[in-house]
Design a protein around this ligand. Structure first.
Ligand SMILES: NC(=O)c1ccc[n+]([C@@H]2O[C@H](COP(=O)([O-])OP(=O)(O)OC[C@H]3O[C@@H](n4cnc5c(N)ncnc54)[C@H](OP(=O)(O)O)[C@@H]3O)[C@@H](O)[C@H]2O)c1
Length: 305
């Protein structure tokens, strides 16, 4: 697998029943993650990526790795017909190279992706909804991930694309997700207004492990949305999360997400976004509705009520 040290991939390493070897820059064993083997690999080198995938012993490859800092990646935006930059290399060219290696070695490939491949004007998006065809309508991060999906599909491997949205989990010291960020900022008294007009479908991270395992074991190709079947907004999610964490009602200011000023360096986010799931559930994968996910998160943190 690729991206073993990531927010989402590290949960897969910790709880998957599949035997795993990992490749990447940082050794996951250094942070206590157990993998059977680790190879150094920089995903910015497509030839090395393809070579690694062809020679790895497993019959499947799962790619959790990506450049994910949406606002930082916005500075790499390019109108060139041959874009470049770290996010293009890791989010677009690397999945294509993985897919090439997987096809040549007859391996099944699971690529993690995002609701940011849609422009967020008509969500929730179904698994067959076309990705936005225009880079100008979306974040550069979303465009690099979308092009990664498109190029990986074009490489002819047996491919499952797993799209997730606002992933959250009970614990992961290296990086806050949006739910633990809300808890931390509320505790410090620095919680800003939360968007009440943004439609989202947050992904409970353990569901991703279940989905990826199922897809690998069944070699099920296609696009799969792994997200809460019920929609919410950051404001509504925050109210519920903080009230359950404190055991009493809380007040949270309502904010409004607006389109950023072009050239301001702030990346656009889907406003009427969200993923409509379907295929993963039909394969028996559990998808946790966001209210239940909040209870699971707090219970795993030892403060469920
Ligand atoms: N976080 C979100 O809100 C979100 C939302 C929707 C979808 N997703 C998708 O879910 C997946 C996982 O995201 P995440 O947030 O869990 O990721 P993350 O925590 O930001 O971790 C990124 C991973 O990519 C690896 N990586 C980056 N550049 C690399 C390079 N040049 N060579 C080798 N490895 C490299 C990192 O390895 P090192 O430790 O070595 O740097 C790390 O394992 C991604 O496909 C992402 O697009 C995330």
């Amino acid at each position: 697998m690729l991206g073993a040290t990531s927010l989402v991939g590290s949960e897969f390493v910790a709880s998957s029943r599949l035997g795993l070897s990992a490749a990447g820059r940082a050794d996951p064993r250094a942070v206590g993650l157990r993998v059977e083997r680790f190879d150094r690999l920089d995903l910015s080198d497509p030839a090395e990526v393809e070579r690694h995938v062809r020679s790895a012993p497993e019959p499947a490859v799962v790619n959790f790795a990506a450049r994910t800092d949406v606002d930082a990646i916005e500075r790499e935006r390019s109108e060139s017909t041959t874009p470049s930059g770290p996010a293009w290399a890791v989010n677009t060219l690397a999945p294509e190279a993985v897919a090439r290696g997987a096809r040549k070695a007859g391996k099944f490939f699971v690529q993690l992706s995002t609701d940011f491949v849609f422009d967020g004007t008509r969500g929730p998006y179904g698994e067959d909804a076309p990705r936005s065809p225009l880079s100008t309508r979306m974040s550069w991060y979303g465009w690099t991930k979308s092009e990664g999906e498109r190029r990986a599909s074009g490489a002819g491997a047996d491919l499952a694309v797993v799209r997730i949205s606002y992933p959250y989990r009970a614990a992961f010291a290296p990086k806050l997700d949006f739910a633990r960020w809300m808890l931390a900022r509320h505790r410090d008294g620095t919680l800003p207004p939360l968007y009440a007009n943004q439609q989202i479908s947050p992904t409970w991270v353990p569901d991703v492990t279940g989905a990826v395992e199922t897809l690998v074991l069944r070699r099920a190709p296609g696009v799969f949305h792994v997200a809460s079947p019920e929609l919410t907004t950051p404001w509504e999610f925050g109210l519920e999360l903080l009230a359950h964490a404190r055991g009493s009602a809380v007040e949270v200011e309502r904010g409004t997400l607006v389109e950023p000023v072009p050239g301001s360096g702030v990346a656009p986010r889907p406003i009427r976004g969200g993923l409509a799931p379907g295929r993963a559930q039909r394969l028996g994968v559990r998808l946790t509705p966001w209210r239940l996910g909040i209870r699971e998160l707090l219970s795993a943190q030892g403060r469920g009520r």
